[in-house]
Design a protein around this ligand. Structure first.
Ligand code: ZN
Length: 240
C-alpha cells in the first residue's frame, strides 16, 4: 500500500532527491559505529567513544590509535551495494532522480552506478597528504601498517569529515539547492537526529516528503508518507 504510493509519486515526480544515512549501508553489512553496539564496542576496546576516536583533536594527538580504529571500523572496502543503492542508480539513469545526498563515506552509491552523489561526510576512497596535499587512493591507507605517510614525510589522511571539523561547504550548498528544488524528497536510513540531515529538510518546498526508517524520527509528523520496512526491500519493490 505505502510502497504503491511511493512508486506513484516517483513516477509522477519531476525532480526527486534522495537523502540517506547509515541505515542505507547497514543492509550492505557496513556496521554503524554510531549505533549503540558500535559505541559499546569502542568503549570496551579503546576506552573511548567513536566521537572521541574520530575527532580532529584525537587524530592529531594519537594518529596511531585513530588509524587502528579507522581501519577496523570505517575502512570497509569489500561491501556490495544493496537493492536501495541499485534502485537509486536506476532512477538516475532513467532521468528520475537528480541527486543522492549521503552521510555515508563508503562509496557504495557510486559502486552501484550513481553519478550525482553528494557526500556530506567525504569518502574513504579519497585520501591526501596533510602537508603537500598530494592525493592518494585507498591503497595508501590499506597497505600501510601504522600511520600512512606521504613521500614528503607528511601524514596521509582520509578525505572524511571528522568530529569538530566543518562539512565541505560547496557540497552542503549543492545539497541544499537540490533539496530546495526537489518535488519529491525521499529520506532513508537516518533517524534525522544528527546535523546536517535534519537541517536540510528545512529547505524542502516540494510536494511530497517520504521517510523510510525502521524507528520513529522527530520528523515523522512532517512527512506525507512514513515507511517502516527495510530500505532495500522498499526500493526493490518500488523501482523495478
Ligand atoms: Zn606530502
Amino acid at each position: 500500500m505505502e510502497i504503491t504510493k511511493l512508486s506513484e509519486w516517483i513516477n509522477s515526480s519531476s525532480r526527486t532527491v534522495f537523502l540517506g544515512g547509515a541505515g542505507v549501508s547497514t543492509e550492505s553489512g557496513i556496521p554503524d559505529f554510531r549505533s549503540e553496539n558500535g559505541i559499546f564496542k569502542a568503549l570496551e576496546k579503546y576506552g573511548r567513544s567513536p566521537e572521541t576516536l574520530l575527532s580532529h583533536t584525537y587524530f592529531e594527538l594519537r594518529p596511531d590509535i585513530f588509524y587502528r580504529y579507522y581501519r577496523e571500523n570505517l575502512l570497509v572496502t569489500d561491501a556490495e551495494p544493496n537493492p536501495a543503492h541499485y534502485g537509486l542508480a536506476k532512477l538516475e539513469e532513467r532521468g528520475k532522480l537528480s541527486a543522492v545526498i549521503t552521510q555515508n563515506i563508503d562509496g557504495l552509491h557510486q559502486k552501484a552506478g550513481s553519478r550525482h552523489v553528494l557526500e556530506l561526510h567525504g569518502s574513504i576512497w579519497r585520501n591526501y597528504c596533510v602537508k603537500c596535499k598530494k592525493a592518494y587512493g585507498i591503497d595508501a591507507i590499506r597497505n600501510s601498517s601504522e600511520v600512512p605517510r606521504c613521500e614528503c614525510g607528511g601524514m596521509i589522511r582520509p578525505d572524511v569529515v571528522l568530529y569538530e571539523e566543518p562539512l565541505p561547504w560547496d557540497v552542503f550548498e549543492e545539497a541544499e539547492r537540490e533539496v530546495r528544488e526537489a518535488s519529491l524528497l525521499i529520506v532513508g536510513g537516518t533517524s534525522l537526529s544528527v546535523y546536517p540531515a535534519a537541517g536540510l529538510l528545512e529547505y524542502f518546498r516540494g510536494d511530497h516528503l517520504v521517510l523510510i526508517n525502521r524507528s520513529v524520527t522527530a520528523y515523522d509528523s512532517m512527512a506525507d508518507l512514513v515507511i517502516r520496512e527495510p530500505i532495500g526491500e522498499v526500493f526493490s519493490k518500488s523501482v523495478c
